[in-house]
Design a protein around this ligand. Structure first.
Ligand code: CP
Length: 319
């Protein structure tokens, strides 16, 4: 593995989960692997889990870590080529990226969808410039269209908690006051396709995701019907994807909030969310605090996910 920008790059999922299990049980077994190697983590957007878990994963592997917040302390970066740089951005990404590459062995990048241009977002303009110009392996710490470290942690978590071989996993849209990217739901749908799970996506009309990610999933517009018999409820908000509505909030209908009455329709399902979560918008206090909520073990598995991926990159580095 030279880059990690999609869960599909993890290879055989069963083998990857076995490696993750080893990493979880032996977190400090590979301290020598990362010695004198540096991970540079670049954040264009805020983060709690990704920042902490990826850093912890690198430290467990004996790596050095540098964290750079582009919007706090670094020069403001121009990202468009051909722009006359007479505004408030004194540095261009095309110089900044190779300089960043000189200071590390692996680069992690967080760059959300901007919702200014669907084409730019879905072409991963920022992430791909890092891949092209840094000269170093690049891992996505959530880009415009995918969040593979989150997806890998989600799949590890489902494998740990599932009680039947082929669980019914339901990804449900839930309301949120702001426009959120489609990266997590896209990536989750992409990852579920690597499993044999039954997969249902439920959302209000108008919130259809890019079919490139959701092909093969059952789309059910009746949330209650979707919940029937589910073993896992994966809640997430996302902004509209289709047509002129790209990046827009079409609904904040709180009848879509995940509550105990809906969870009662499931087969005693586990509740999952990538966090951060808006309580009593996405999910009620009662559900997220219930014994069937596994949002914290899910977040803890972000360390395992990142460590497994970094380990693979380090193992392949000199090949
Ligand atoms: N789930 C997740 O990526 O959380 P952060 O945005 O806090 O990193």
């Amino acid at each position: 593995m030279k880059t990690f920008t999609s869960i599909l790059q993890i290879g055989d999922l069963k083998a990857a989960c076995t490696k993750a299990k080893y990493v979880k049980e032996h977190p400090y077994a590979d301290q020598e692997l990362g010695r004198n190697r540096t991970l540079l983590m670049i954040f264009f957007n805020s983060s709690l889990r990704t920042r902490l878990s990826t850093q912890k994963a690198a430290l467990n592997l004996g790596m050095n870590v540098i964290v750079l917040d582009i919007n706090q302390g670094a020069w403001k970066l121009e990202t468009e080529r051909g722009v006359v740089m007479d505004g408030d951005k004194p540095e261009h990404l095309l110089e900044a990226i190779p300089v960043m590459g000189c200071c590390c062995d692996i680069i992690g990048v967080r760059s959300f969808a901007r919702f200014e241009s669907k084409e730019d977002d879905y072409n991963e303009v920022i992430l791909n410039q890092f891949i092209k110009y840094s000269g170093k392996p690049v891992i996505s710490m959530e880009a415009a269209t995918r969040h593979p470290l989150q997806t890998f942690a989600d799949l590890i978590t489902i494998e740990e908690y599932k009680q039947v071989e082929r669980p019914k996993v339901v990804m449900t849209w839930a309301p949120h006051p702001k426009a959120l990217p489609q990266a997590v739901p896209n990536s989750f749908a992409e990852g579920i396709r690597m499993t044999g799970y039954e997969f249902v996506i439920t959302h209000p009309r108008g919130y259809e995701l890019d079919p490139a990610f959701t092909a093969g999933a059952v789309i059910e517009y009746d949330q209650r019907k979707a919940f029937e018999g589910a073993h896992f409820i994966y809640a997430k908000n996302w902004a509209a994807y289709s047509g002129d509505n790209y990046g827009k909030v079409l609904s904040t209908d709180r009848s879509w909030t995940v509550d105990s009455a809906k969870m009662a329709l499931t087969d005693n399902a586990w509740f999952m969310h990538c966090l951060p979560v808006r309580r009593n918008m996405i999910v009620t206090d009662e559900v997220i605090e219930s014994p069937r909520s596994i949002v914290i073990p899910e977040a803890a598995n972000r360390i395992v996910s990142a460590q497994t991926v970094l380990k693979e990159i380090l193992l392949n580095m000199d090949k």
